[in-house]
Design a protein around this ligand. Structure first.
Ligand code: ATP
Ligand code: MG
Length: 138
């Protein structure tokens, strides 16, 4: 699974109609979509997904935000996918995101930053399995 990563297009981007534009940037960067679905996370599910941040001061805000509206979840394939995708999305805070990155173009704040990207191969596998069964991965 070293050539796969997991992403979510977050509720802020869904609300703004940015889903198509973000998917276009993902395709243009050479990622293959191997699984994709639109869904609406409950607070419980959003809390589970971001459980590693449970002790952080922004956890409550993050769970509220991520359960506010629909998201698009996807598994992406490319050589060195995790690192390449982190490069494509840019810094967590869009104010620090490089030109040409997804967050530079579509994110509005450190909290509402348009997309998620896995931070390791291990987490990519865990996060992908959170949303997709083996039968749903192509
Ligand atoms: P993600 O995991 O969503 O790809 P990231 O890895 O760039 O983002 P993390 O440190 O894992 O950043 O934080 C997870 C998410 O929590 C961020 O994307 C953002 O939505 C939110 N977040 C992080 N820091 C803050 C903060 N200081 N205030 C509000 N929300 C924050
Ligand atoms: Mg993270």
């Amino acid at each position: 699974m070293t050539n796969r990563t997991f992403t979510m297009i977050k509720p802020d981007a869904t609300e703004k109609g940015s889903t198509g534009g973000i998917l276009e940037m993902i395709n243009a960067a050479g990622f293959r979509i191997v699984a994709m679905k639109m869904t609406h996370l409950s607070k419980e599910k959003a809390g589970q997904f971001y459980e590693v941040h449970k002790e952080r001061p922004f956890y409550g805000e993050l769970v509220e935000f991520m359960s506010r509206g629909p998201i698009t979840a996807a598994i992406l394939e490319k050589e060195n996918a995790v690192e390449e995708f982190r490069n494509l999305i840019g810094a967590t805070n869009p104010a620090n995101a490089a030109e040409g990155t997804i967050r530079k173009k579509y994110a509005s704040s450190i909290g509402e930053n348009a997309v998620h990207g896995s931070d390791s191969d291990e987490n990519a596998a865990i996060e992908g399995a959170f949303f997709f069964s083996k039968l749903e991965q192509f």
